[in-house]
Design a protein around this ligand. Structure first.
Ligand SMILES: [Zn+2]
Length: 543
């Protein structure tokens, strides 16, 4: 079977979308989720001196992935600088990623109006940059920006740009419909011409934007005529109207066109991965999204239901289970008993069949109330532990109180007092904070860290609030998603309540209790011993 590789640009192109913003720790979670889905190349972004990107690349250098190649993105050298002196190319050369993707110009309009470089200069910029990165041992992909617009105007030059990239050592040239201007027939004809001209020497890729709502179709027709790498973003995130949606492209390639992209078990993670990235970005998953949406396989009309009951092919274009979606759409894909058992196993929780059944029931009930666990793995694991009887509370709450005061001079002050019991002792702490959740977090941690010092290392990375519409007319419900991390991993927790403080508290407690679970506490203590040892070692003058 012919293989088509997928190249995800969610963390670069996707982040250009309105309101998209993810912390470095969250981006790492996205990389891991895409890796589990079987995506071949995951682009992490520009490895620049921007602190967020620098932190991301630093963390990613130590992250274990099973199959994905992490790629770094950059541009061809500046017009008047040698490649080896170009600061951005230097950062690329030094970063840990083996695959570097370089974007460069192909369209004369851009050379005239934006780059102010001649066509000849541009060919040099492409070739030098690629040669430089090849020289330091990188695999190089070349993204030909505005390729289809360039082709329309001067196909000979557009092809010359690609030839320059290939001659300099690019192993892939990807044709970009950067403005999203092209329609499928044109993409098919142009891609076919490029594959005919270069196909035996280089892999051809496709990168499309959705301005004419053809990004997915354009990607598929390009594969039809010989493209073997598809770039896109999960859920089609991206600037303007978005990029090609990998969550639609992957199942189309695999289930309808017969290409081999990922394993069948990996494909079953599609719905979960799509929702996970939505939730992490604080977006409600679009119910009407093809393949992965809640309504994608929902059958309402009586005749449809009867038809599907007789034979699912009557009203379904693919079997929903292949993409991890389901026909019974009230509960999420997490809720199947089998899936719960496998998750429990991963977390090291022994769950018998009865406990798994109870967990499914509890999950259904909680999802109905607004809990969504796709991005809240910590809360999910605690839920399983409770059902398995392997849950130990971190403390007993006697009560807490939060006061926020705004004064005439505009100053706002917040104070929290907390009363808890830990191991038979009562702790009362009062602290100030820059907001109610921060004050509560500080008070709680001050009370607990005396007994559990490793909990002091946990950082609350991100705090997201969404107001959920409820169907039952009880008014709005607030949902809080909290992302936390220590030196080893990041996790998400969730709280839901009509009261925002209560929802935040629930997420906060889950976050700390997750970190407190036996396995993590042990590892954290171990780490402490190791770091003390190495500190002692340094004093003795050892390396
Ligand atoms: Zn793009």
């Amino acid at each position: 079977m012919t293989q088509v590789k997928l190249y995800d640009t969610t963390l670069r192109d996707g982040m250009q979308g309105q309101g998209m913003s993810l912390s470095a720790a969250e981006r790492v979670r996205v990389v891991k989720a895409l890796d589990r889905l079987g995506i071949h190349y995951v682009e992490a972004g520009f490895p620049s001196s921007n602190p967020k990107e620098a932190e991301l690349f630093r963390i990613l250098a130590g992250v274990e992935v099973s199959g994905a190649q992490i790629c770094a993105f950059g541009m061809t050298r500046r017009r008047d600088v040698a490649a080896e002196d170009d600061p951005a190319l230097k950062v690329l050369a030094e970063c840990f990623a083996r695959v570097c993707t370089l974007v460069g110009k192909t369209w004369a309009l851009h050379l005239d109006k934006v780059t102010k470089a001649s066509k000849e200069d541009n060919l040099g910029m492409i070739a030098d940059s690629i040669r430089f990165l090849r020289g330091v041992g990188k695999r190089v992909f070349y993204d030909a920006e505005h390729f289809f617009d360039a082709w329309r105007e001067d196909f000979a030059y557009a092809l010359e740009c690609l030839r320059a990239a290939v001659a300099a050592g690019a192993e892939n040239v990807t044709l970009c419909d950067t403005n999203g201007s092209s329609l499928p027939r044109e993409v098919a004809e142009t891609t076919a011409a490029v594959v005919t001209a270069l196909g035996d020497r280089v892999e051809v890729g496709i990168h499309t934007h959705n301005d004419a709502e053809c990004a997915v179709a354009n990607s598929l027709v390009a594969v039809d005529v010989g493209a073997r790498l598809v770039q896109g973003t999960m859920n089609g995130y991206g600037e303007r109207t978005g990029n090609a949606n990998l969550a639609s492209i992957l199942p189309a390639l695999q289930l309808k066109m017969g290409y081999e992209c990922v394993g069948p078990e990996q494909l079953r993670r599609l719905t979960e991965t799509s929702h996970f990235i939505d939730e992490l970005s604080n977006l409600a998953p679009d119910p009407d999204r093809p393949y992965v949406g809640r309504n994608a396989f929902a059958h309402k009309g009586g005749m449809h239901v009867a038809g599907v009951t007789a034979d699912t092919r009557t009203f379904e274009h693919v079997d929903p289970s292949y993409v991890g979606n389901s026909r019974e759409v009230l509960i999420s894909e997490l809720s199947g008993k089998g899936s719960i058992l496998s998750r429990a196993e991963v977390a090291g929780i022994e769950l018998d069949v009865d406990a798994a059944k109870r967990a499914v029931e509890r999950l259904k009930d909680r999802e109905h109330r607004g809990y969504h666990y796709e991005a809240a793995n910590a809360s999910f694991e605690l839920l399983l532990r409770r059902e398995a009887g392997q849950y130990e509370p971190l403390f007993g709450l006697e009560g807490f109180r939060v006061i926020t005061e705004k004064r005439a001079d505009g100053k706002v002050e917040t104070e929290a007092t907390i009363k808890i019991w830990v191991d038979g002792r009562r702790y009362v702490r009062t602290t100030e904070g820059n907001g109610p959740v921060n004050a509560l977090d500080r008070a709680l941690r001050e009370a607990i860290t005396e007994l559990h010092p490793h909990l002091a290392e946990i950082e609350l990375v991100d705090y997201k609030v969404r107001i959920l519409d409820t169907d039952h007319g009880t008014g709005a419900v607030t949902r809080v998603l909290l992302d936390s991390s220590d030196r080893h991993e990041s996790w998400g927790s969730i709280g839901v309540s009509e009261n925002i403080i209560e929802a935040s508290w629930e997420a906060l407690v889950d976050s700390l209790e997750y970190a407190f679970q036996p396995k993590r506490a042990a590892r954290s203590d171990q780490q402490e011993v190791t770091s003390k040892r190495s500190a002692a070692g340094r004093r003795d003058g050892q390396p």
